[in-house]
Design a protein around this ligand. Structure first.
Ligand SMILES: C[C@H](N)C(=O)N[C@@H](Cc1c[nH]cn1)C(=O)O
Ligand SMILES: [Zn+2]
Ligand SMILES: [Zn+2]
Length: 510
C-alpha cells in the first residue's frame, strides 16, 4: 500500500505516497496482558495499527469532497456515503438527513447528507454527541502544493500531507477507529455515541442549524449529555490544548458589473468605468495594513477584557515563533504574544479572500473584466451580532462606492454568518478531556480559544442546552485551508488514543 515515488524531484523522492488503490494494511490484534487497563490495551492496539489508520486516511483524502465547488458535489456525497458504509459495518444505527437544495455557480444542487450514527443506547451510560465535517476546502496543485492534494503523502518527518488530513477527515475517521478498537479488543464502549457528520461546514453549514434546532428534542439528540468536536488545532506544535472559544464569521460577496462583456483595455481603457478598479477602490477602505477594520461601529460591541483574561495570556505555552513557524515567515503584525493572541481570539478581523471573474492565469492578457465578485469575511467575537455586522458592512460599502461616482453597479450580499462561541470549562466534559490529555501525552493541556469558526458549536450549546468541548488533534502548523495541509503521524495516532481516553474518562468523572 505504501509505495515510494520514483522518477521525480529529489524533494519528492524523500516522500512516500499512500495510494488507496489496494486493500488497506490488515488490522493487527496484538497479544495483550488481560490485566492491563482498558486505556493501556487501547493504546497498544492503536500503536500496532498505525499503518492501517494511515491507509484509511489515504482512502478518504483521495475523495475530493470540496463543498464550495459545484463540480465536486458528487464527491462530497460520495464521502458521506463512505461514512454511512463504514458506520454500518461497525454495527451503528445510521440515518441520513437530506437538508434540501442550494444554488451555487448558477446550479441547483442537493445539499450533501447529514450523516447520523448511533452506537449504543444504554441508559446507564452517558451519551456523547461527536460532530465533525467530511467536506474540505478547495485545493489544486497550481496553488503551490508540492504534491497532489488528493494523494496522502508521508514525508521523512512523519507528516501526512493531503487536503483534509487535519481539517477534518483525520479527526472524523478517528471516531470510527475508536469504536473498532473496542470491538477488536472485546471492550465495552464506556459511553453511548451519537455521531453527526456534515458535508457543508466549509461553506456555511447550510441546513444543519435548522436540523439541530428542529430535532433537539427528537430521537437522535434528546439524550445527549455533552458534545465533543475535534476540528481545531493546538496553539503551538508541542503542547496539547483544549479549546473553549471560537470566533464567528460573516462572509461577504461584493459584485461590481457594468460593461456588457469583457473589453480590450487598449480600446476601452480610460473611457469606461472599470468594475475591477471600482472594487479595488472600495476594498482599499475596508482594513488597514496593521489589521484594523476601518468600518465605523464594528468594534462597538466587542466585550471588554477582564482581569482574569488579562492574566491568562501569560500562562500559555506560546511564542511568536509558533506563528512564524506556522506561516513559514515572520510577517506578524504584533510585537508580543499577548497582543497576537488577543488579535486572534478576542478582536474581530477582516480578510480579503479573492476576486471571482478577474483575470488570474499566467501571461499578460489585456482585458477589462466586465463583472467581478470580490470576497471578504469578518471574524467576529462575543457580543457581536451577525445582523448588525451585516448592516454596518453594507452601509459602509455602499457609501464608499457612491463616493467613487462610478456608473457601474455594486451589490453586496452576506453569504453566510455564524456567531462566536465561548464555553464554560467548569464542566465534566472538560475535566474528562484534561485527564485524557494527561493519560496520553503525560502533560496538562493549555486551555485556549481559536480564531477560526465552527458555526454549529453555538447551535449545539443553545439548542441541546449542553456543554460543548473542542478537543483538537492537530498542531498549529498543520496548514488547514492552506497548501501542503498535513497532520503529523504522532498527532493522528495520539489523537485516536486521545478520543478513546476521553470517552473512558467521561465514564469515570461524569
Ligand atoms: C476551525 C474549522 N476547522 C474551520 O476551518 N472552520 C472554517 C469554517 C468556515 C466558515 N466559512 C467558511 N468556512 C473557518 O474557520 O474558516
Ligand atoms: Zn476548515
Ligand atoms: Zn474544520
Amino acid at each position: 500500500m505504501l509505495s515510494f515515488l520514483s522518477s521525480c524531484s529529489p524533494k519528492q523522492q524523500r516522500k512516500a505516497a499512500t495510494k488507496p488503490t489496494t486493500a488497506p494494511s490488515p488490522l493487527i490484534t496484538p497479544k495483550l496482558d488481560p490485566n492491563m487497563s482498558a486505556f493501556d490495551k487501547i493504546f497498544e492496539y492503536v500503536d500496532a495499527n498505525e499503518k492501517y489508520y494511515i491507509d484509511r486516511l489515504a482512502e478518504v483524502v483521495a475523495i475530493p469532497s470540496v463543498s464550495a465547488e459545484a463540480a465536486r458535489r458528487p464527491d462530497v456525497v460520495r464521502m458521506g456515503e463512505w461514512l454511512v458504509k463504514e458506520l454500518k459495518a461497525l454495527g451503528a444505527t445510521v440515518n441520513v438527513h437530506h437538508p434540501g437544495k442550494q444554488t451555487i455557480e448558477g446550479q441547483q444542487l442537493d445539499l450533501p447528507p447529514i450523516v447520523l450514527g448511533t452506537y449504543g443506547t444504554d441508559p446507564a451510560k452517558k451519551t456523547i454527541c461527536v460532530y465533525g465535517h467530511y467536506d474540505v476546502q478547495p485545493a489544486a496543485r497550481e496553488d503551490g502544493w508540492d504534491t497532489d492534494p488528493w494523494t496522502l503523502v508521508e514525508d521523512a518527518k512523519g507528516r501526512l500531507i493531503g487536503r483534509g488530513s487535519t481539517d477534518d477527515k483525520g479527526p472524523v475517521i478517528s471516531w470510527l477507529w475508536v469504536i473498532a478498537a473496542h470491538q477488536k479488543l472485546g471492550l465495552d464502549m464506556p459511553v453511548n455515541l451519537k455521531m453527526c457528520f456534515e458535508g457543508m461546514e466549509e461553506s456555511g453549514s447550510e441546513g444543519l442549524d435548522e436540523f439541530i434546532i428542529a430535532e433537539a428534542k427528537g430521537d437522535f439528540f434528546k439524550d445527549v449529555d455533552a458534545v465533543c468536536i475535534s476540528d481545531s488545532y493546538w496553539l503551538g506544535t508541542k503542547k496539547p490544548c483544549l479549546t473553549y472559544g471560537l470566533r464567528g464569521v460573516s462572509y461577504f460577496m461584493v459584485e461590481v458589473s457594468g460593461p456588457g462583456k469583457d473589453l480590450h483595455s487598449g480600446v476601452f481603457g480610460g473611457i469606461v468605468h472599470e468594475p475591477m478598479s471600482d472594487l479595488f477602490a472600495v476594498f482599499s477602505k475596508l482594513v488597514s495594513a496593521d489589521g484594523k477594520i476601518l468600518i465605523p461601529g464594528i468594534y462597538d460591541d466587542v466585550a471588554p477584557v477582564t482581569d482574569a483574561e488579562d492574566k491568562m495570556y501569560g500562562t500559555l505555552d506560546f511564542s511568536l515563533n509558533d506563528i512564524h513557524e506556522a506561516v513559514d515567515s515572520k510577517v506578524t503584525i504584533h510585537k508580543t504574544e499577548k497582543e497576537a493572541l488577543m488579535a486572534r481570539w478576542r478582536y474581530p478581523s477582516l480578510s480579503i479572500h479573492g476576486i471571482e471573474g478577474a483575470f488570474s492565469s499566467p501571461g499578460s492578457k489585456t482585458v477589462i473584466p466586465a463583472k467581478v465578485i470580490g470576497k471578504f469575511s469578518i471574524r467576529s467575537v462575543p457580543n457581536m451580532e451577525p445582523a448588525k455586522i451585516s448592516e454596518l458592512v453594507k452601509t459602509f460599502v455602499n457609501a464608499e462606492f457612491k463616493k467613487i461616482g462610478s456608473k457601474n453597479t455594486l451589490s453586496i450580499d452576506c453569504g453566510h454568518a455564524g456567531k462566536a462561541w465561548v464555553a464554560d470549562t467548569n464542566h465534566y466534559n472538560y475535566v474528562a478531556a484534561e485527564k485524557a490529555v494527561e493519560r496520553v501525552f503525560k502533560v496538562k493541556p493549555d486551555f485556549i480559544r481559536e480564531g477560526g469558526s465552527i458555526p454549529v458549536t453555538l447551535t449545539f450549546q443553545d439548542a441541546l442546552q449542553t456543554n460543548v468541548l473542542l478537543l483538537p488533534m492537530g498542531r498549529s502548523d498543520d496548514g488547514a485551508h492552506s497548501t501542503g495541509e498535513k497532520i503529523d503521524k504522532e498527532n493522528y495516532i495520539g489523537g485516536i488514543k486521545l478520543l478513546a481516553a476521553y470517552l473512558h474518562e467521561i465514564a469515570l468523572v461524569a
